[in-house]
Write a protein that binds this ligand. Structure first.
Ligand code: COA
Ligand code: AMP
Length: 636
């Protein structure tokens, strides 16, 4: 591990020198004199007196470097039978025009713009246009319901909302504008304007607040890049926490740009001109970092895919894209491959394509379970790399660094901490634990560049959620361990966050929705294992007196309620009416115990991390006498 060891040591022992060197890879308007400072609350601020613009670094600068005619993005949309390639120059020009249009609507540096769009080039155009003006974008994933969009609009208080007229889910056209209208109706904050990109699959009828994207762009003067401070926010991305209110993760500009650029070399091993394909969505952090910003900051070509791993048209979709665009580095979530494996268990579709351009496959968003790892490892001739990260960090915390020093892979491990991330495992009292002992995974401060700099509008929550548990360390919320070789194993969340089909969701938020139903006396929502999606939420509900015999009706109502309030992405499709829930003496529901039941850690339900309890087993455990007996024993 020589080069890795050296580089890692330098990054944690001399972070300022290390990150000053990396910062030189970006085009700054003013190179920072100060590399690292701390704000009044003691949180790291990278490059505080540097000035740059990430739209400039990713587009204008690349054109100046001679990449004007190189494809910046290949958009591929089997769901609409469309494809489009945009060169760096074309994308820059579209972004400059749309930035001009936003400016005419009054958007200026520091203003927020909420973007609610599917995977179309215009989503990237809108994000880069915000960056160009120094405005702060907040992209909301299309699978969220109006209420979720409303919560984000209210919190971010955008001047403008940018949306498409519709999204397309396999063969269903989903009108977006009614969702946007309903969200604005529900939000106390009202944006000045909405810009709607009209898609031919379902154009929207524009209301008094709405502007047609094309008409605005037609008459707009292109806008130039506005220099911003490295510490100015580039975006706010909401993610699920343990309560009903999502957290607005605030990302800075300079630190993020430097970290992403470094990761493209050290982790993904891609050079300018290479093709990078991340099959995620612009609504998630992976989309922000590795569809939109990192590939272009590195002068690569990014594949923007509007489709699924299967059903668009079939389980060969990803292989076709890799062949067609000569993809060098491919990134997706394990759940996508579990979906492919289900339809094409022997990988027969792969044989139909030439994927010789591919040099490595990267997986993240959830733990790469060993069966999926082995399936892929047997199928492919390239390294299959699990790497671990979070919305908060913005880039990988642990990986097998292909550009620095590739290491042998181990099933179930995200390999080693990425330079800059001083990862430690602590026990409940904050004491370090030894190899193979599980504990809380934390990161010693300072966090490297690129990580969150706050929770939007809520410094106290930032401190309480991440910094308070173990002073001097950032709490990741994940549990795990190092093995004797220094490989890191991330075993799952230690809080009420669950991961459904690579999508991060809060069971606390679902509980709030379920608990608000007038017939529900008490409830808990837990994540249970699912062979395809990793986890699925299940609601355990005690109805109020007098509800006997109408359980099926209640279950259907609760499922509909969560879909209406949170959205289809919650995949909340299972409710169990139970007689009782485990509680403390003071009457608080023992959620941790419920999680343990679901993980098979309590009451002898036979399971391992890769084969946890089934819904039926949980149901039995919930109803059995053992639950009460074991709980009573614990309380003695
Ligand atoms: N807009 C509107 N609705 C959406 C949506 C979007 N952008 N994305 C998902 N939905 C809907 C789906 O249509 C589905 O609705 P349904 O209940 O009516 O069928 C529901 O939300 C659940 O979606 P999902 O869990 O994604 O299920 P799926 O069967 O459509 O697809 C996978 C399953 C595994 C193929 C898909 O989730 C996937 O590719 N996941 C990878 C996730 C990922 O890339 N994560 C980022 C980290 S790398
Ligand atoms: P998100 O913020 O949506 O990226 O989700 C972050 C969470 O997903 C992490 O805290 C982990 O619980 C989980 N996660 C992401 N990648 C991995 C991985 N490679 N291994 C294990 N868990 C992961």
């Amino acid at each position: 591990m020589d080069s890795y060891d050296d580089e890692f040591r330098r990054s944690v022992e001399h972070p300022q020198d290390f990150w000053a060197e990396q910062a030189r890879r970006l085009p700054w308007f003013t190179f920072p004199d100060t590399i690292l400072a701390y704000d009044e609350a003691g949180h790291a601020r990278w490059y505080p007196d540097g000035e740059l613009n990430l739209c400039h670094a990713a587009l204008d600068h690349q054109v100046e470097q001679g990449r004007g005619d190189q494809p910046a993005i290949h958009w591929d949309s089997p769901v609409t039978h469309s494809k489009q390639t945009l060169s760096y120059r074309q994308l820059r020009d579209r972004v400059a025009s749309f930035a001009g249009a936003l400016r005419e609507l009054g958007v200026a540096k520091g203003d927020r713009v909420v973007i609610y769009m599917p995977m179309i080039p215009e989503a990237l155009v809108a994000m880069y246009a915000c960056a160009r003006l120094g405005a702060v974008h907040s992209v909301v994933f299309g699978g969220f319901a109006p209420h979720e969009l409303a919560v984000r609009i209210e919190d971010a208080a955008p001047r403008v909302v940018v949306a498409a007229s519709c999204g397309v889910e396999v063969d269903r056209v989903l009108p977006y504008q009614p969702i946007v209208d309903a969200a604005i109706e529900q939000s106390a904050h009202k944006p000045d304007a909405c810009v709607i990109f009209q898609r031919e699959q379902q154009p929207a009828e524009l209301g008094p607040r709405d502007h047609d994207w094309a008409a605005l762009v037609d008459r707009a003067e292109p806008a130039e890049c506005v220099p911003v401070k490295a510490t100015d926010p580039l975006y706010v991305l909401y993610t699920s926490g343990t309560t009903g209110k999502p957290k607005g993760v605030v990302r800075d500009t300079g630190g993020y740009g430097v970290a992403l650029h470094y990761s493209m070399e050290a982790i993904y091993d891609v050079a300018p001109g290479d093709v990078f394909f991340s099959a995620s969505d612009v609504g998630w952090v992976v989309g922000h970092s590795y569809i939109v910003y990192a590939p272009l900051l590195r002068g690569c070509t990014s594949v923007v895919y509007e489709g699924k791993p299967v059903r668009t048209p079939d389980a060969g979709a990803f292989w076709r894209l890799i062949e067609e665009y000569r993809v060098k580095s491919f990134f997706t979530a394990p759940t996508a491959f579990r979906a492919i494996k289900k339809e094409d268990p022997d990988g027969e579709r792969l044989a139909e394509y030439d994927i010789s351009s591919l040099k490595a496959l990267f997986l993240a968003g959830e733990r790469l379970d060993p069966p999926t790892f082995h399936w892929l490892d047997d199928l492919l001739e390239v390294p299959v790399i699990d790497h671990w990260w979070q919305t908060e960090t913005g880039w990988p915390i642990a990986a097998n660094l292909q550009g620095l020093e590739p290491m042998p892979t181990k099933a179930g491990s995200a390999t080693v901490p990425v330079p800059g991330f001083d990862v430690r495992i602590l026990d409940r009292d904050g004491a370090p634990v030894g190899p193979l002992e599980q504990g809380s995974v934390v990161i010693k401060q300072p966090m490297p560049p690129g990580c969150l700099i706050g929770v939007w509008g809520d410094p106290q929550r930032f401190h309480a959620a991440y910094m308070a548990a173990f002073p001097g360390y950032y709490l990741t919320g994940d549990g795990g361990y190092f093995d004797e070789d220094g490989y890191l194993f991330i075993m799952g969340r230690t809080d009420d966050v669950i991961n459904v089909a690579g999508h991060r969701l809060s069971t606390g938020e679902m509980e709030e929705v379920v608990g608000a139903h007038p017939a529900v006396a008490e409830c808990a929502v837990i994540g249970i294992h699912d062979a395809l999606k990793g986890q699925l939420p299940v609601g355990l509900v005690i109805p109020k007196d007098g509800f006997d015999g109408r359980e099926a009706e209640l279950e259907a109502e609760l499922i509909a309620l969560v879909r209406e309030r949170i959205g289809p992405v919650a995949c909340f499709k299972q409710v169990l009416v139970v007689d009782r829930l485990p509680k403390t003496r003071s009457g608080k529901i023992l959620r941790k115990l419920l999680r343990n039941i679901a993980d098979g850690k309590e009451y002898g339900i036979p399971s391992t991390i890769d084969d946890p309890a089934s819904l039926e087993e949980i149901h039995e455990a919930m109803k059995s006498r053992d639950l009460g007996a074991a709980q009573e024993a614990r309380q003695v």
